[in-house]
Write a protein that binds this ligand. Structure first.
Ligand code: FAD
Length: 533
């Protein structure tokens, strides 16, 4: 231990003790360690004008989850002789003040590939290197180091799974444990607080789902991991895309994504636990469909996101097809607020808002419906809604999957559409899921539960649900809308191919004009075709 050396451990994600290389490094090389979390107004400032309770960027479910994770982290740090120091403000300002005030010689934090943190880190690193402060910033949020994979692939991220898998190999893993953390030194003039409550941050403490489905924190993450991996046969036989998106009493996947998002659970530890099970149960599934395969999908999107400029938008993104999406706020709001009139879609959107989590295939259903399947609304708009409402909202994974489902990148079979009527029916013919999340439809007979607008008025009256009054009429006609989407995608794909993906604003304008002209006026799908121009 170097004498008189103070380290600052800056927590952002990686809200855990286990497999935390930055924390271990700080603990093993310092006389004092200051474990810090900064409440950043960029993510946390309440926004009363947002469409759901929360800040401008994050819904309350996610904010609550984060605060619970901080409380848990604080309590684990206390067991190791330390505690969490919470500060408020713009993170680089706060950090630089602390580095000066506490005479920090070593700054430790987990490397983060998200553009927001890349920008913050650049500023903090610049200050630190000018001031002679050592920086230790390991890559521990993912299984692999995206930079290394990109380098192995000749400077570009691999854009499909199997080449990625080959390059990735096996993640490093060594079991580590921390039994004690050096004490915190003098806090001097830095104003630190306890972890605030939702109310102290200025939010009304309302629960969309009572009790909430997810409790934040490493302790809960490890408990849930244990629970998920108790059934070794289930882990070994896990197979995507099998699994029922309508299963809500006992969902068909691990539901560990919120814990991975905040790093309450280490993906490498999760991987290691599955590998141990696979040693015992020899007959197991393999990537991409296995549970390990899902963790590798996570790394895949992290790597592509890290190596692709403008990954989070259509324009200027070299791997994204240029498509003349609509800018229709009315349809977007109907989708977002569970008012499309398609019970399968609306029930999923209610679950998303209440739970902050939905099954992968449910995500596919609603994302396909909003974009290339029916409404033809820009994927970036849907991405923003997910970004706000999901607890597991993750920059690389969310953008990657929206690019995928909208047929903008990775997957291009735009004729394969999830029907908002028949897809859910194959899993849940009697509509138990719909009745749970949309109680207004609870007495609708099975025959009409996916298409209540087809129920005769007498049946609607008997079910105490008049379509158009108690529950909306469908915002579009699915058959017409999906045909229209396919027509537009065919034209857009042709143009992208012709121009080798370099589609200018002028080209896009011309494409929109041609599509509107070809569509013609006065056809009888009325609102739909008006909307989809
Ligand atoms: P499990 O099936 O138990 O899988 C274990 C872990 O593997 C997950 O927790 C997750 O970390 C990873 N994983 C699983 N599927 C994927 C995938 N398709 N891509 C990348 N990683 C995956 N997942 C997020 O974590 N954050 C997001 O913001 C997000 N946005 C999505 C948006 C859309 C439009 C779609 C279609 C999917 C999105 N996903 C996102 C991926 C996936 O739906 C969730 O990771 C998964 O449903 C989480 O549930 P689980 O933990 O039970 O997953």
């Amino acid at each position: 231990m170097s004498s008189g050396s103070n380290s600052l451990m800056w927590f952002r994600k990686g809200l855990r003790i286990h497999d935390n290389q930055a924390l271990e490094y700080a603990a093993n090389n310092s006389t004092h360690v200051y474990p810090v979390f900064v409440i950043d107004p960029h993510f946390m400032k309440p926004d009363p004008n947002a469409f759901s309770p929360g800040s401008n960027l994050a819904g309350l479910n996610r904010i609550r989850f984060l605060l619970e994770s901080l409380v848990d982290l604080d309590s684990s740090l206390k067991k190791l002789g330390s505690r969490l120091l919470v500060l408020h403000g713009e993170p680089t300002d706060v950090l630089i003040r602390c580095l000066k005030e506490w005479d920090i010689k070593r700054l430790c934090f987990e490397y983060d590939t998200d553009p927001y943190y890349q920008a913050l880190d650049r500023k903090v690193k610049n200050y630190a290197s000018e001031s002679g402060i050592e920086i230790f910033s390991p890559m521990s949020h993912t299984l692999f180091n995206p930079s290394e994979i990109i380098e192995k692939n000749g400077g570009k991220p691999p854009l499909s799974y199997l080449p990625f898998l080959k390059l990735a190999g096996e993640p490093d893993w060594s079991i580590s444990s921390l039994s004690v953390i050096p004490p915190i030194g003098d806090l001097k003039n830095c104003e630190v607080s306890e972890v605030p409550t939702v109310k102290q941050l200025g939010y009304e403490d309302i629960h969309e789902e009572d009790p909430p489905l997810f409790k934040g924190g490493e302790s809960e993450a490890l408990r849930r991991l244990q629970e998920s991996t108790n059934n070794k046969e289930w882990v070994a036989n896990f197979e995507r895309p099998k699994g029922d998106p309508s299963a809500f009493i006992k969902p068909s996947t691990t539901m560990l994504s919120p814990y991975l998002k905040f790093g309450c659970l280490s993906s490498r530890y999760f991987y290691h636990c599955i590998k141990e099970i696979q040693k015992e149960v020899k007959n197991h599934t393999s990537p991409p469909v296995s549970l390990i395969g899902q963790l590798i999908w996570r790394d895949f999107f992290y790597t592509v996101g890290f190596g692709t400029p403008n990954f989070d938008r259509m324009r200027g993104n070299a791997i994204c097809r240029q498509i003349p999406w609509n800018d229709d706020d009315e349809l977007l709001a109907a989708w977002r607020d569970a008012r499309t009139g398609f019970p399968w879609i609306d029930a999923i959107m209610v679950q998303l808002r209440k739970w902050g989590w939905i099954h992968q295939l449910a995500r596919h259903s609603v994302a396909c419906f909003l974009t290339r399947g029916d409404l033809f609304v820009h994927w970036e708009k849907g991405r923003d809604v997910f970004d706000r409402l999901l607890i597991d909202s993750d920059w690389a994974i969310n953008n990657g999957n929206w690019l995928w489902v909208s047929c903008s990148s990775f997957f291009y079979q735009y004729k394969r559409i999830h029907s908002p009527i028949s897809f859910g029916k194959t899993y849940d013919p009697t509509g138990t899921y719909i009745r749970h999340f949309l109680p207004v439809l609870k007495d609708m007979p099975n025959e009409y539960i996916y298409e209540p607008w087809k129920a005769p008025l007498s049946i609607q009256q008997k079910a105490k649900c008049i379509i158009g009054k108690d529950y909306p009429k469908p915002v579009i006609c699915h058959d017409d809308a999906s045909k229209e989407c396919k027509r537009k995608l065919a034209a857009a794909f042709k143009l992208n191919k012709k121009l080798n993906g370099v589609v200018s604003d002028e080209d896009m304008k011309e494409l929109r004009r041609k599509l509107a002209e070809d569509q013609g006026e006065g056809t009888d799908s009325g609102r739909l075709k008006q909307k989809l121009i």
